[in-house]
Design a protein around this ligand. Structure first.
Ligand code: KG4
Ligand code: ZN
Length: 348
């Protein structure tokens, strides 16, 4: 069975083809293609939703052609068309959903709407070293910061989440204050390599709160205060501020992940979402988990940020596990706000 997947929730158009062969442990990625709109939005310092939608329209079908050619298949071979149903930007989601459902209708194939975060959660199954259920998942993206207990496909229990900004947002907003452009996470992380993480004492919000929730809004304010205090001296200390900011975010993510492992008694951690690409976070988690005999799994670096492969994979895994049904129902809707907990309920 061939699943063609479309991702268009934010500023990346991703399309991928995944194959599910009966008897195989898990579906296999045949090809994927991605177009990032980052350069277009850079000029505005953030994603402009209307421009994002218009660009997804331009990219979706050419990317679909590209993945079919790469895999040596044709659209007529596709059995199911999957798309990101939410959460994300409404207009951007509508483009992916519209294209996927129109293709489904034209090909007379069923369609399946996928939860974007489920895509991230299951993305490590695309790697050469996939995890086994159950595991704790640390989901860290531009829009979300959550710790989940994952017992199987569609069996997700929220352990804790951010009460304000997401970790990626904390990276991006701090980077903006340092004049590093958009999206600043990777740039801040690169600059941090040359800085001293102990140079500035920045807050680690909720570090000792005793629960598994996060809060990052205060950190951005602390960075702003520091930047103002440095004034003209900021230039010479930019790398130090970057390193101190990264250390504050990573410290909290690390401590809460370890606490989640302790509370659940699980021995496996999966890290997913854009911030999962952060080198410092990976190093700290690897070291702490190795000491505790905990296995850590990451998606391939290129599949940490948004992509179509995770959407096609999540759809194929849902179908394989029997917790999702593809339907010839092309009257689609999207869910710009869609708590993952509601999805788990759908599957029950
Ligand atoms: O998962 P993702 O591509 O999109 C969302 O669903 O939000 O995550 C994007 C986020 C951005 O905030 C970006 O700055 C952050 O991931 N990010 C990083 C790194 N690479 C991407 N943050 C820190 N270090 C990185 N290396
Ligand atoms: Zn994402």
């Amino acid at each position: 069975m061939l699943v063609l997947g479309f991702e268009s929730s934010c500023d990346e158009t991703g399309v991928a083809l995944v194959e599910r062969t009966p008897g195989d442990a898990r579906p296999r990625l045949l090809s994927h293609a991605l177009y990032s709109q980052v350069r277009m939005h850079e000029a505005y310092g953030g994603v402009v939703p209307e421009l994002a939608s218009r660009d997804h329209i331009r990219r979706a079908l050419p990317l679909a052609d590209e993945v079919m050619t790469q895999a040596g298949r044709t659209l007529a071979d596709v059995d199911v068309v999957a798309f990101t149903r939410g959460p994300g930007l409404a207009g951007a989601l509508l483009v992916g959903a519209g294209v996927a459902c129109a293709l489904g209708a034209a090909l007379d194939r069923p369609v399946l709407g996928v939860h974007h975060l489920e895509g991230h959660l299951l993305s490590p199954f695309l790697s050469a070293d996939p995890p086994e259920f159950p595991f704790v998942a640390l989901l860290v993206s531009g829009g979300h910061t959550q710790l989940m207990r994952v017992d199987g496909v569609g069996r997700y229990e929220l352990l804790g989440e951010t009460i304000d900004d997401a970790a990626g947002e904390a990276f991006d907003k701090s980077a903006k204050l340092l004049g590093l452009g958009y999206p600043g996470g990777p740039a801040l992380s690169r600059l941090a390599e040359q800085g001293d993480a102990a140079a500035f004492k920045l807050p680690r919000p909720l570090l000792h709160s005793g629960d598994l929730d996060f809060s990052f809004a205060g950190l951005k304010t602390a960075v702003l205060t520091q930047v103002k205090k440095l004034g003209d001296g900021l230039d010479a200390r930019r790398a130090d501020v970057a390193a101190s900011t990264e250390a504050a975010i990573v410290d909290v993510l690390l401590a809460k992940s370890l606490a989640a492992l302790k509370v659940t008694g699980l021995q496996r951690l999966v890290v997913a979402g854009g911030v999962g690409a952060n080198r410092h976070l990976r190093m700290q988690l690897d070291e702490a988990c190795a000491r505790r005999g905990v296995r850590v799994h990451y998606p391939e670096l290129a599949l940490c940020t948004d992509n179509g492969a995770m959407i096609a994979m999540a759809a194929a895994m849902r179908l394989q596990a029997g917790v999702g049904t593809a339907r010839r129902d092309y009257a689609f809707d999207v869910r710009p706000r869609w708590p993952l907990a509601e999805l788990a309920a759908d599957a029950a």
